[in-house]
Design a binder for this molecule. Structure first.
Ligand code: SAM
Length: 450
């Protein structure tokens, strides 16, 4: 019997479902994973936090969780508990009027679930990338926040967020609590320094800050789905000076000292909290680290960057094929060829990467991997041969996806649904180096099409 044509209604439903899946795919997985952990916490016998919206926001994580070791997620839950009980609850009680800025808010739902916000007059400003905010707004559109809620879509590594926040009603006269929860290690250090300084300059005395920072060892290793994206870290004794030079007097302690009996990462993560410095006079002269002048970056939609990406694609595809063939014949030589290739391609890739608003939505690419081939050398040497192959093929596929998006002028969030994305999905989890050639072929075909 011939298969029945789906009814119009069914087609509509399935189209909606596909769109929803695509939208979830575009949200950085670190944000979804945080929501997933908060959802899991509801099954805990003694939960530290209760987020009734987390499960829906995390979306279907079954496949992801089956492929990656995601752990129990004690750390983010302990972190939320610490922020809320130690700082936010007393803050809401003590401030007649305040602003709470969640930088890199992700899928946080405090605005809807945190009861102390109902005391006095508070405004929550949530700042994250557009793709995250759009998704969140759609899912929470029927919910009522417990205080005034303002959402701002912005890239925090570009200074423009400051003027946009002011346009959205942020007042520099109202005491402000800045929350950088799970954010700083995902950004470049120079961008974090600028961010901290701007926050200090916009805050009246009495304003507070919370951030969590990782130690350098964690930033250098790829322990899991979260930490593989960490870009930098600080030792505990470096933290006060680093923040002081950016306008904040802080104290810090290892997350383990506040772990509520959970496993929070063995002295790898540090909670930092403090207040705005009395005087900001030295902000422009003190150097936390040498800050390079802002280089002008081209957006991915800029024709100049598109042409550059196309040329890069044409150059790297044969190079990648060479690495693949060398690897197939002799994995040891293949690894050397691969590391040489990464070193050579690094500057071009960084130029392309900078054009994206959100590079992590393209096949979960970590810019740090592209920048740091030497640290990968040490890592890969410690790995089993099949892990090395998986790593090399994953990385080469990432380069192919990046040059493809660049050549086509596609933002990270537009990658989903493209022929290369479809092929990449088919190859997801295939760690054989030959799978790289399949993606390379698709990219080659697609970039030559008008
Ligand atoms: C690990 S998640 C943490 C989210 C949230 N604070 C939580 O604890 O659930 C990091 C968030 O930072 C956001 N983020 C990272 N870099 C950003 C940038 N340059 N501009 C804006 N948001 C950024 C990501 O989109 C993501 O939602």
């Amino acid at each position: 019997m011939p298969a029945k044509e789906p009814t119009k209604k069914k087609r509509k439903r399935s189209k909606k479902k596909t769109e929803a899946i695509k939208e979830t795919d575009a949200v950085p997985f670190t944000a979804r994973l945080m929501a997933y952990y908060r959802a899991q916490e509801r099954n805990n016998q003694s939960p530290l936090i209760d987020d009734p919206f987390a499960e829906q926001l995390a979306g279907d994580m079954t496949e992801y969780v089956s492929k990656h070791s995601v752990g129990r997620g004690d750390y983010p839950v302990v972190r939320s508990y610490y922020i809320e009980t130690r700082f936010l609850a007393p803050w809401c009680k003590s401030q007649a009027e305040s602003q709470i800025v969640l930088l890199g808010a992700g899928l946080d739902t405090r605005a809807y679930r945190f009861k102390p916000l109902e005391e006095n007059e508070h405004t929550i400003f949530e700042i994250d990338l557009r793709v995250v905010n759009k998704y969140k707004e759609r899912l929470l559109k029927d919910e009522t926040p417990r205080c005034r809620l303002v959402r701002l879509s912005a890239d925090l590594s570009k200074r423009r967020w400051v003027s946009e926040l002011k346009k959205k009603g942020f007042s520099k006269d109202v005491p402000t609590f800045w929350v950088l929860e799970g954010l700083v290690y995902y950004m470049e250090q120079e961008d974090v320094i600028t961010l901290l300084k701007e926050a200090a300059k916009m805050s009246p005395l009495g304003s507070l800050i919370f951030a969590d920072v990782c130690v350098p060892g964690l930033a250098d290793a790829m322990y899991g789905p979260l930490m593989m994206h960490f870009k930098w870290g600080l030792q505990e004794d470096e933290i006060p000076d680093f923040f002081a030079a950016s306008g904040w007097n802080v104290a810090c302690s290892f997350a383990d000292d506040h772990d509520q009996g959970r496993d929070v990462g063995q002295r790898g993560l540090i909670f930092v909290q403090g207040a705005r410095k009395e005087s900001l006079a030295d902000l422009t002269t003190t150097k936390a680290k040498k800050i390079q002048p802002e280089e002008s970056t081209l957006s991915i939609t800029d024709p100049e960057l598109q042409t550059f990406s196309l040329q890069t694609a044409q150059e790297v595809i044969p190079q990648i094929e060479h690495v693949v063939n060398t690897f197939k014949n002799n994995p040891k030589e293949g690894l050397t060829a691969y590391l040489d290739f990464v070193e050579e391609v690094k500057p071009s890739m960084m130029k392309i990467i900078k054009g994206f608003q959100d590079v992590t939505s393209i096949g979960r690419i970590s810019p740090r991997l592209l920048r740091d081939p030497l640290s990968m050398d040490l890592l890969t040497l410690r790995r089993a041969p099949d892990e090395v192959e998986a790593h090399v093929s994953g990385f080469l596929k990432a380069i192919l996806m990046l040059v493809y998006c660049g050549a086509k002028g596609l933002e990270g969030s537009q990658f989903s649904g493209t022929p290369v994305h479809k092929e990449a999905l088919k190859q997801e989890g295939v760690t054989d180096i030959s799978s790289v050639s399949i993606i390379a072929r698709t990219v080659k075909e697609e970039i030559t099409k008008e």
